[in-house]
Design a protein around this ligand. Structure first.
Ligand SMILES: [Zn+2]
Length: 377
């Protein structure tokens, strides 16, 4: 057992939780089983036995006892029974997973919903672990479209977390000439079948469960006040559609910042392009002296998740750019003011690439564009 083994165990557990969530949405009446989850549990327990920690492994071997005991605890507490020397010798405290919050919260009885930390951990892992998920399937579908259709569809998805049957019909009609685009569009949405509210935080659906509210991110439920009747969605006649959860999480939620960057440049009358070359990166900004900045908007609340993702990915998109930025929403740094410092540690060798907040990026863009005009005078 080594740290790669542990990383894989956590990736499988995270993947399994997400799979269960998807199965539950398809068949709400049936208890969802995931092979990935059981595999991950077995790996974690085996490592525990090897380290002399979990003497009585049988206690947690079945999914229900495992979930009940571990899944709503921050990851560092999963190692509570481990020998501190083993933890130190494996350098576990330095591993990204060790610093994550709980992977799930209780939905009802023995059902748990994945937390945003769970999604973020999964997203920072090797991409093959994501195969077969809704977001991956959608991505494969839209990647095959032309640049113009790609941009149009992606923007639509970001701006419309919930649509009516009429909107679905008219968009399908608009895309009738490109059947692949129409298929991708229809794949992205599913009918709303539960009593739901429009989440005041992200615009997706929120339901009131036995143990609290549920949205695509546990963060939404943490920050909203009580749901009111005005937020209620009328799905009585059927005919309301929402983005599938993974698509909301991976496309629409990060996309808000991408569109805000484009809108900011538009207002400043600067040249900009969303998802140039089919998503090599998110936004290309061009200044009056033709210099280019490449910007990638990131929606990881956990800075360690973003740092892992950056380290796992190959270089920042290549191209002739003066500066590259990973930009995160301002609110992420409110509770963690060292957020960008944590990420930038992974970028120490990259002189022209930095992680900044949206507020800082706006200031930098303003400064850079003003400099172009000073030179001209
Ligand atoms: Zn929400």
């Amino acid at each position: 057992m080594d740290t790669a083994f542990m990383r894989k165990a956590f990736a499988l557990i995270a993947k399994g939780l997400v799979e269960k969530e998807q199965l539950l949405q398809k068949e709400p009446a049936r208890y969802p089983y995931s092979k990935a989850l059981q595999h991950g549990i077995n790996m974690f327990l085996a490592a525990g036995v090897q380290s002399g920690a979990v003497r009585d492994m049988a206690r947690y071997a079945d999914e229900t006892s495992f979930l009940g005991h571990f899944i709503t605890k921050p990851i560092c507490e999963w190692f509570a029974e481990w020998d501190p020397h083993t933890i130190a010798s494996l350098n576990l405290q330095e591993e990204p997973f060790y610093n994550y919050g709980a992977f799930a919260y209780q939905r009802s009885g023995n059902l748990f919903s994945p937390s945003s930390d769970c999604y973020e951990y999964l997203e920072s892992q090797d991409s093959d672990i994501m195969d077969g998920t809704d977001e991956r399937v959608l991505y494969e579908k839209i990647k095959a479209l032309g640049q113009e259709t790609y941009t149009r569809l992606r923007r639509y998805i970001i701006e419309h977390p919930i649509i009516s049957i009429e909107e679905r019909r008219s968009m399908s009609l608009e895309l009738a000439d490109t059947p692949d685009a129409k298929e991708a569009f229809q794949f992205a949405y599913e009918e709303v079948l539960e009593d739901s509210y429009r989440c005041p935080c992200c615009g997706w659906t929120m339901t009131r469960g036995k143990y609290g509210y549920l949205c695509h991110s546990s963060h939404c439920a943490d920050v909203i006040p009580d749901l009111t009747d005005e937020m209620k969605l009328d799905a009585s006649g059927g005919g309301l559609y929402r983005l599938k959860k993974g698509i909301m999480r991976y496309f629409a939620a990060p996309g808000k910042l991408e569109i805000a960057i484009a809108a900011f440049c538009e207002k400043k009358k600067m040249h900009w392009e969303l998802w140039p070359q089919m998503d090599q990166y998110d936004v290309k900004v061009q200044f009056s002296d033709r210099a280019i900045w490449e910007i990638d908007a990131k929606a990881y609340r956990n800075p360690i998740a973003l740092r892992t993702k950056i380290l796992n990915d190959s270089e920042f998109p290549t191209g002739d750019y003066e500066r590259g930025y990973y930009v995160v929403p301002d609110e992420y740094t409110k509770t963690q003011n060292n957020y960008t410092a944590i990420v930038n540690r992974a970028l120490e060798n990259r002189k022209n690439v930095t992680c900044v907040t949206w507020k800082t990026l706006k200031r930098e863009i303003n400064k850079r564009e003003a400099a172009c005009h000073e030179e001209q005078q």
